[in-house]
Design a protein around this ligand. Structure first.
Ligand code: FAD
Length: 531
């Protein structure tokens, strides 16, 4: 008997595989969705950012899968997907120095304006299962509990996959969304050895009960902030690393008492010692008693996951008849929650190419070349911003400056997506989204991508000098602030060059002022974002 030949076989039914599977199946592509495990299953990658949700909305609308749209807002998620998810009203950063009391002035916060929307803490086991079932409902053929161990590709005919129980599957194209153990990367020797990532870190993470809001801790009593820490993703940052606190219990409709907790350390300064993650975590809390207060009654409810170096990269993410998606291609660090954003960016750009290829039968590698440029660019942007942050963690002034550089990488790019979404709603012309792929900087969208890249390069060079010991961190901070102040692409009313303005919230009044700035003062290429 002739075997069934699918258009696209997808390895991995996480966010990447399942969302892509749903989009493709909805658009008539014959999809096989394979996973070694079964849903529901634990996964990290819980904190969304506005850029992620903007992409989610675009994917839902562009590919006509309305069931994806609720994922773009906290209200939609808890109403239509899972009340086990938490809300994220802010990115909170509290700076600590070992052996010193916390200085309440040393905080930073970016508030996600409630009038626009609220981001989410995804309880991934529910969200991933939802997307998986959605893909199957649209016609993707499920193949759970099947680990792929053998892969053969032929430029003329496609792909043959073999499972560890000797089943065989045939497809014209393979998308590997299997994460860091990617069998495609292994088969084709795609991993950079060593990774080209500048940043170094390792991690340990779990889910806990009994984590109390940091707002109740003594150290937090005189914080001047706009939004409670517990209403968002809290980052405790310190020389050598950071700790995330991602509560799922932080809204009135929550049915989930869990809190995601993860400690990320520079593995050169804090190498693995053979102790358990719980012992390492307890030791960390002894060194930072003000953070410990939040964990006094906390207990891990699942085994900790403890990793080696988190960074990995791939020399190529696209080849003859295959493509890796973001998490299979590479990873930097959970800092700034860019993993899902990068994942969805790839899903969005990959889907229309696969739909067209399944219609015209042209699976040539050149058609997918942009996906590689995109993924490499996304990886490098994230690497630079996290590298700079870890250097900056040694001195608050520098950290206070670098956090503004990160803000630059996320605020205006999100405006770019929102503008494209609005244009598409008016015109229904897919060209609007294809235009987003014309970029001067592969990891950031036009029209501000190039400006932001220049700012990133400046920050990286400045932080390299600090790391090399040739520049004092306070002097480095001055230089970065001066650079931000003279940047033509950041709206003046946002005052990101003002070091005392540590809590940023795009209130309607501030957005109006930014619009006026865009109209009257911004350079032409930036002004178009505010029209
Ligand atoms: C510690 C950590 C924290 C993170 N925090 C954040 C965050 O806060 N925000 C954010 O945006 N991103 C975060 N990320 C990134 C985020 O986790 C990923 O971007 C996201 O999970 C990628 O989804 P995915 O579907 O590609 O992979 P996954 O969710 O990992 O799914 C991969 C699937 O592939 C299957 N699979 C693996 N091997 C095989 C095989 N051989 N055959 C068949 N199936 C296979 C697995 O069973 C799994 O179901 C974090 C990542 C890490 C490591």
């Amino acid at each position: 008997m002739n075997p069934t030949v699918y258009d696209v076989a997808i390895l991995g039914s996480g966010m990447a595989g399942s969302m892509l599977g749903a989009v493709l199946a909805r658009n008539g592509v014959k999809v096989l969705l394979i996973d070694a495990g079964v849903h529901p299953r634990f996964a990290v990658g819980e904190s969304t950012i506005p850029y992620t949700s903007s992409l989610t909305r675009i994917i839902a609308e562009r590919y006509e899968v309305p069931e994806i749209a609720p994922l773009a807002s906290h209200k939609g998620i808890i109403g239509e997907i899972s009340p086990m998810c938490g809300k994220k009203q802010n990115f909170g950063f509290v700076y600590h120095r070992e052996g010193h009391p916390h200085d309440p002035e040393q905080i930073n916060q970016m508030v996600i304006p409630e009038w626009q929307r609220t981001e989410s803490h995804l309880f991934r086991q529910d969200v991933d299962a939802y997307l998986y079932h959605l893909a199957v409902r649209y016609g993707a053929v499920p193949c759970a509990g099947t680990r792929i161990t053998g892969i053969e590709t032929d430029p003329e005919t496609g792909v043959v996959l073999r499972s560890d129980s000797d089943e065989e599957f045939h497809a014209k194209y393979l998308v590997d969304g299997s994460g860091f153990r990617s069998p495609v990367a292994e088969k084709f020797g795609l991993r950079d050895q060593p990774t080209r990532a500048r940043h170094h870190s390792r991690g340990m993470f779990t889910h806990m009960v009994g984590v109390t809001p940091f707002d109740d801790a003594k150290a937090a009593q005189s914080h001047k902030k706009r939004s409670p820490w517990h209403s968002g993703t809290l980052h405790h940052v310190f020389d050598g690393g950071w700790l995330w606190v991602i509560p799922f219990d932080n809204h009135e409709h929550s049915l989930n008492s869990l809190c995601s907790v993860g400690l990320t350390l520079d593995e050169r300064a804090f190498p693995r010692t053979g102790r358990s993650a719980q012992e390492e975590f307890d030791d960390f809390l002894r060194r930072y008693p003000e953070i410990a207060e939040q964990f006094r009654g906390a207990t891990a409810v699942r085994p900790w996951v403890s990793t080696g170096r988190l960074q990995y990269s791939a020399s190529d993410t696209v080849g003859e008849r295959y493509c890796l998606t973001s998490h299979a291609a590479g990873f930097i660090d959970a800092l700034y929650s860019r993993g899902l954003t990068n994942t969805l960016e790839v899903v969005n750009s990959l889907a229309w190419r696969l739909i067209e290829a399944s219609r015209d039968g042209d699976w040539s590698t050149g058609r997918f070349a942009f996906i590689d440029a995109l993924q490499q660019g996304l990886f490098d942007v994230h690497d630079v911003v996290v590298y700079c942050s870890f250097v900056a963690f040694r001195h608050y002034d520098l950290w206070n400056a670098v956090v503004r550089v990160w803000e630059a990488t996320t605020v205006l790019p999100t405006v770019t997506l929102e503008k494209a979404y609005a244009l598409f709603q008016d015109s229904r012309d897919d060209q609007v989204f294809r235009d987003l792929e014309t970029r001067q900087a592969p990891g950031l969208p036009d029209p501000v991508g190039k400006d932001i890249c220049e700012l990133l390069t400046f920050a990286r060079q400045t932080c390299q000098a600090v790391e090399a010991g040739t520049l004092h961190p306070a002097e480095a901070a001055d230089r970065i602030f001066a650079r931000i102040e003279t940047s033509h692409c950041l709206p003046e009313p946002f005052e990101r060059g003002d070091r005392d303005n540590k809590c940023f919230e795009a209130t309607p009044e501030l957005v109006d002022q930014a619009r006026a700035w865009g109209r009257d003062k911004a350079p032409d290429h930036v002004a178009q974002l505010f029209r």
